[in-house]
Each structure stands twice: as structure tokens, then as C-alpha cells.
Design a protein around this ligand. Structure first.
Ligand SMILES: NC(=O)c1ccc[n+]([C@@H]2O[C@H](COP(=O)([O-])OP(=O)(O)OC[C@H]3O[C@@H](n4cnc5c(N)ncnc54)[C@H](OP(=O)(O)O)[C@@H]3O)[C@@H](O)[C@H]2O)c1
Length: 275
């Protein structure tokens, strides 16, 4: 490990890296010297991110696909390892945000949220853990949400999947940290990304929100702690502004956010429909 390239020689896989927090985290890891595999569905955006990673002079690979697809998480790990070598750092960032009251949540939407937000991180983790345990080094970083620890209306199934992701993180950390494999969940507050609701519509200044790089910097800080240090496993990272606190706008925020998936922008508003 060198001062300016502390992750030189490490291989990272960032799941959900075509925009926002995932893209910024991939960038921070590449700048720190890691080889980085990035995965997401939007080919053009992923290519743009990959081009930017290459400027850091590290090996990279862009893997286009829907991580929620059958067998895709396992194939993604296999492809990343074929191109770059065994994965040392896994960042589970891909997620969709479906929100609403339980009685209006369609089982299909519940399943989609659990598939991408919980099953996919589990499957990716399961694919990389044996190698990490064997080599005595690894990081599983799960991008959760501050919403995972807030109980309020309109949060299902998003916050429920994120709360389960916190539990998965703690379990992985407990089972593996004595072998040098640590797990961490970052719980972002409101970050200015495609996924976040436009702050202006809720009377909040965009300058009050976190930037994706604020989250990426915390991830990098965590990954560069000495091997004897255990942190978290849950780390909230939120804006200081009172008006940009998650709870200040949470319900209104979720009502407008409602059904979000980056693919092609915001999903159709399915509230009240039988779809
Ligand atoms: N922004 C916030 O205020 C905030 C707050 C708390 C937590 N978070 C969490 O932060 C994480 C990143 O969100 P973001 O705000 O940075 O939004 P974003 O820019 O929309 O990032 C989401 C990423 O996940 C990818 N993704 C989504 N579905 C996928 C799928 N089925 N297969 C593969 N990749 C998929 C997206 O790429 P493609 O669309 O190209 O597939 C994109 O790269 C999420 O886990 C979110 O829950 C965000």
C-alpha cells in the first residue's frame, strides 16, 4: 500500500456504477489505484464512466446487464474475475426505490425490490466471499440508506429491503472480519443524484444536499483503515442542513419519488393501478 495509491493491486467490483454514488465510488477506487469492474444496464453511461476510470491508468472492465436477471450476479463476478483477477472489494450499490403504503404494494413490486436490493447483494457477496476468506482480505460495501433506520409512512418496500441489507451487512461482518474480510453499510441521507427527488420542488436548496463524491470519499476512507480496525458496520452519512434531513421531507419526498428506476428515467406512476 502506497500513500497516493492505497488500493494499488486490489480489484473492485461496483454493482450499479453508471451514475450517481456508484459512478463516483468507482472513480474514487480507480483514483486510489484499484482495478475496477463496473456493472449496470445503461451501456452508454457505463462506457462514459469506464472512459473516465481509464484516465487513472488502472485496468477496468464495463459489464452491461440487468443484475436482477437470473444468473447475472454470478456471471458478473465471473466476468470481472476473468478480466481483472479475484475481487477484493465488492460495492453493492444498485437498487430501485419503490415506495408506498403496504396495502397498496403490489406483490410483483415487492418481489422486484427484494430481488435487486437484497437478493442481488447476497448473490454477489456469496460469489466473492470464499475467495476473500481464503486470501484473508476483502471488503463488502453495501450502499444502504438512512431511510433504513427511520420508521415512517410510505417507505415500503424500499426501506424494508434496505433494513434487511443492514442485517446482511452485520452478519457478513460478524462471520468474516476475524479472517480479514470486513463488511460495511453506508446509510446515505439525501444525495443529489438521478434517484433523488429534485430538491427545489420540496423547497430545499440543491447546495444543501450531499454530492455523490461525499459518499465515495467515506467509502474510500473506510477501505483504507488499517487491517486491525473494525468500523461500523452501519455508517450514516447525511447532510448537515436541517431542511435536507431525510425526516424533514420524508413522506412528501416518497410520495413524489414513489416508483423509481433509473432505466429510462422515472418509472410510470403505478399508484392505484393493478400493474
Ligand atoms: N440519492 C440518494 O439520496 C440516496 C439516499 C440513500 C441511499 N441511496 C442509495 O444509493 C444507491 C445509488 O443510488 P443513486 O442515488 O446514486 O442513484 P442512481 O444514479 O440512479 O444509481 C443507481 C445505479 O444502480 C444501477 N442499477 C439500477 N438497477 C439496476 C439493475 N437492475 N441492474 C444493474 N444496475 C442497476 C443504475 O444503473 P442502470 O440504470 O444503468 O442500470 C445506477 O448505476 C442506491 O442503492 C440508493 O438506494 C441514495
Amino acid at each position: 500500500m502506497t500513500e497516493d495509491r492505497p488500493l494499488k493491486g486490489k480489484v473492485a467490483l461496483v454493482a450499479g456504477a453508471s451514475s450517481g454514488i456508484g459512478a463516483s465510488t468507482a472513480e474514487a477506487l480507480a483514483a486510489a489505484g484499484a482495478s475496477v469492474a463496473i456493472a449496470a444496464r445503461r451501456k452508454q453511461e457505463l462506457t462514459t464512466v469506464e472512459r473516465s476510470l481509464r484516465t487513472h491508468g488502472v485496468p477496468t472492465v464495463a459489464l452491461t446487464g440487468d443484475l436482477a436477471g437470473e444468473g447475472v450476479p454470478e456471471e458478473t463476478v465471473a466476468a470481472a474475475e476473468r478480466e481483472l483477477g479475484p475481487v477484493d472489494i465488492l460495492v453493492n450499490n444498485a437498487a430501485l426505490a419503490r415506495t408506498g403504503p403496504i396495502h397498496e404494494t403490489q406483490p410483483r413490486h415487492w418481489d422486484q425490490a427484494f430481488r435487486l436490493n437484497l437478493d442481488v447483494p447476497f448473490l454477489l457477496t456469496r460469489a466473492v466471499l470464499p475467495g476473500m476468506r481464503e486470501r484473508g482480505y476483502g471488503w463488502i460495501v453495501n450502499i444502504s440508506s438512512e431511510g433504513s433506520v427511520l420508521q415512517s409512512d410510505w417507505t415500503a418496500p424500499y426501506s424494508i429491503t434496505k433494513r434487511a441489507l443492514n442485517a446482511l451487512t452485520a452478519q457478513v461482518d460478524l462471520e468474516n472480519r476475524h479472517l480479514g474480510v470486513r463488511a460495511l453499510a453506508i446509510l446515505p441521507g439525501w444525495v443529489l443524484t438521478d434517484l433523488a427527488q429534485d430538491p427545489e420542488t420540496l423547497g430545499v436548496g440543491a447546495e444543501d444536499l450531499l454530492a455523490p463524491s461525499d459518499i465515495a470519499e467515506v467509502v474510500l476512507w473506510a477501505l483504507t483503515r488499517p487491517p486491525v480496525v473494525s468500523i461500523g458496520p452501519l455508517i450514516p452519512v447525511r447532510p448537515v442542513s436541517r431542511s435536507a434531513q431525510t425526516l424533514a421531507n420524508w413522506e412528501q419526498y416518497l410520495r413524489t419519488l414513489r416508483n423509481y428506476d433509473t432505466y429510462g428515467g422515472h418509472m410510470a406512476d403505478l399508484y392505484g393501478s393493478s400493474e
